[in-house]
Design a protein around this ligand. Structure first.
Ligand code: ZN
Length: 135
């Protein structure tokens, strides 16, 4: 069972909470127990899990990523977005979350964030839901 989420970002560096969209995609599969695998098919974006209770947390991560890997640096890549490629590699482009009772089994303060590093753009997140054999 698979789906593709469309993500529209509005800033160059932006962590976007997609937890509800992922949860909706899981509900549509009807799977109660299994694994949800998320994959970002882009080279200047990523995906991560972190706190979504305090909106300052994703803003702090965005600012820290921009400080760690500045846009202008001694890069060779001709496109001018080497920082975004590096941030993508630091973040990673896939993750998996358990599904229990038809719900994502995240920690209490956790949310799933799409990480934009070369926006604003239209992006995709591929969702693959794998049902447990015994469910
Ligand atoms: Zn590039």
């Amino acid at each position: 069972m698979s789906a593709t989420l469309r993500v529209k970002t509005s800033r160059r560096t932006e962590l976007l909470d997609i937890t509800r969209d992922v949860q909706r995609a899981i509900r549509e599969t009807g799977v109660q127990s299994g694994l949800c695998h998320l994959y970002v098919p882009h080279t200047t974006a990523g995906i991560t899990i972190n706190e979504n209770a305090d909106p300052d947390v994703p803003r702090d991560i965005e600012a820290a990523m921009d400080r760690l890997v500045p846009k202008d640096g001694p890069y060779k890549h001709y496109e001018g977005n080497a920082d975004a490629h590096i941030k993508s590699t630091l973040t990673g482009v896939s993750l998996s979350v358990e599904i229990d009772g038809g719900e994502l089994r995240l920690g209490h303060w956790q949310g799933i964030f799409f990480c934009e590093y070369d926006g604003p753009r239209q992006r995709e997140v591929r969702v693959r839901v794998v049902r447990d054999d015994l469910s």
